[in-house]
Write a protein that binds this ligand. Structure first.
Ligand SMILES: Nc1ncnc2c1ncn2[C@@H]1O[C@H](COP(=O)(O)OP(=O)(O)O)[C@@H](O)[C@H]1O
Ligand SMILES: Nc1ccn([C@H]2C[C@H](O)[C@@H](COP(=O)(O)OP(=O)(O)O)O2)c(=O)n1
Length: 486
């Protein structure tokens, strides 16, 4: 009832729909009205004249349920839809209204089968929070129809009325940025705690994490030795916006970043990205598509080498975020949707902060990843499409949480694209693979790097990690001497 109420006639007409049709170009926006309109070329291309077109949106007052449902839909689509289907990130929102975003996917099916309809029908019947629309076009007009759930006979006549697709101007702020605060990035310990509290029934490990936070919360810091954070932009992912799936989660055996999606075809331009190698006649429940580039995407930058060398040379204490005590739970939370996963990493920072407060009284502290990692990866992952969609520089989303202990210096290790290619070549990757890797990862990597650079108070300083380990160490030692007066 809730979902249908939300998508009643009047509500639908005030909302804007966004589709990440091509990661290299602007999102496509459309609205709905009772008046037909000749569509501009981009939208005509989106709705096309061949194949069936659907969108699926998930709405629930329960944010945990909503996040898990969306992940479940993406997973189901990934294992059932054929290679003739393109799936894009989609959302519906009220322009510039925070927290008005309803997320989902947009599907274009060029197959001759009914697999997509059957899958969507099953999903819709399983859950009242899932709303399915189909799109039909005639000439230059296109209209949207809301699917009536088979088990809800009482849907009002208005709900069944079709609405024409109209062009909508580009939103000033990309819709995904309206939803980042307290969904992807947390700006106080209590906001992150709330998410894990809401999860305790479905993720028992949440209780253990909350217990550790309770014990460790004291993070005030009196003057002590300097605290230096080393960040690295090594773990990158292709189409990273879909969160993690169990088969690519962080584990001692897997070197793939949690950012990495097993379904790179989701959200990519169908012109560029190939669909999973399944035939249209493939039965459902196939093993999810495994990206052949998986082993390439986690690219070591030398962060461990540097932090160990700093520890030795400065007689420092080396800490990590998330801390070792959270290691047993990391794989579990990496397999959860962003809302839950990011809350876990946020709490990891607060636990590490308590260790920093204690250890910096005795010696300098080197921290391997901290809030910059949490925020930059979360923002770059949450924001769909191209770099320009990131929150603008100076946005409140880049502000350091007021209740989180601040380090004295944050250094970000980066590699130039040329050096990255050179190192890949040294590792014996052939040219074709290299180019594919670069192409798939480039947009995401650039977004993470840009998000890192936009974070304020404290800002990070960029360190070129291309020279030899010894030279990188010397460069960093010089910076520490200058900035921390050591
Ligand atoms: N500056 C560097 N230049 C070339 N190779 C390096 C450099 N720093 C580290 N390495 C090598 O790269 C590999 C990964 O280093 P590591 O410090 O574990 O990376 P990360 O912690 O970023 O994953 C190791 O074999 C290490 O010897
Ligand atoms: N403090 C932290 C540390 C890592 N993360 C997330 C961000 C990325 O998804 C991964 C990167 O961590 P990963 O362990 O793969 O990277 P390294 O082993 O340090 O190279 O974890 C975080 O959100 N907050």
């Amino acid at each position: 009832m809730q979902t249908r109420a939300m998508f009643r006639w009047g509500q639908l007409c005030s909302r804007v729909f966004a589709v990440e049709f091509n990661v290299r170009s602007k999102s496509l926006y459309f609205s709905l009205s009772s008046n037909p309109q000749v569509l501009p070329r981009g939208l005509q291309e989106l709705f096309g004249d061949s194949g069936k077109v659907f969108s699926v949106l998930v709405h629930s007052e329960n944010r945990i349920k909503k996040a898990q449902m969306l992940a479940n839909i993406k997973h189901k689509l990934s294992i059932t839809l054929s290679r003739d289907c393109d799936v894009f990130e989609a959302s519906s929102f009220l322009p510039d209204a925070k927290n008005s975003v309803v997320k989902g996917v947009f599907i274009r099916d060029k197959s001759a089968t009914c697999v997509s309809e059957d899958t969507l029908r099953t999903l819709q019947q399983e859950n009242d929070a899932i709303c399915v629309f189909s799109y039909k076009s005639e000439g230059q007009h296109c209209w949207q129809e809301l699917w009536t759930p088979a088990n809800h006979e009482e849907v009002s006549k208005l709900d069944r009325k079709c609405l024409y697709v109209n062009h909508s101007p580009e939103a000033e702020h990309h819709p995904t940025t309206l939803d980042i605060k307290n969904s992807d990035v947390f700006y106080s310990v209590n906001e992150a705690i709330n998410v894990l509290r809401e999860c305790v029934d479905i993720i028992p490990e949440s209780k253990e994490v909350l217990k550790l936070v309770d014990k460790q919360l004291e993070t005030r810091r009196s003057d002590g030795f300097p605290v230096i954070v080393i960040e690295g932009l090594d773990a990158t992912g292709a189409s990273s916006r879909f969160g993690t799936f169990p088969e690519v989660s962080h584990s001692p055996e897997s070197s793939a970043s949690p950012e990495f999606s097993a379904f790179p075809w989701l959200g990519c331009s169908p012109l560029k990205c190939s669909a999973p190698p399944q035939s249209s006649a493939s039965p459902p429940n196939l093993v999810p598509y495994q990206n052949p580039l998986k082993t390439l995407t986690c690219f070591p930058i030398g962060k461990t080498t540097l932090t160990e060398a700093l520890k030795e040379s400065m007689n420092a204490t080396l800490l990590k975020s998330p801390p070792q005590r959270l290691a047993p739970f990391r794989q579990r939370f990496d397999s959860e949707p962003p809302l839950i996963r990011r809350a876990f990493y946020a709490l990891g920072n607060y636990i590490t902060a308590a260790h920093i407060a204690k250890e910096s009284l005795r010696a300098p502290v080197i921290v391997d990843r901290y809030w910059h990692s949490t925020a930059a990866y979360a923002i770059a992952t949450a924001v769909g499409g191209r770099m320009e969609n990131l929150p603008k520089p100076g946005s409140e989303l880049y502000q350091w949480p007021e209740d989180l202990l601040q380090p004295n210096l944050v250094l970000l290790l980066t590699l130039s694209p040329e050096e990255r290619v050179r190192r890949l070549r040294d590792r014996g990757q052939d040219k074709t693979t290299e180019e594919t890797e670069l192409e798939l990862n480039q947009i995401f990597r650039l977004k993470v790097e840009e998000a890192y650079k936009r974070i304020q108070n404290p800002r990070c300083m960029i360190v070129d990690a291309s020279p030899s380990p010894q030279q990188v160490l010397q460069q960093v030692q010089r910076l520490i001497r200058n900035k921390c007066h050591l």
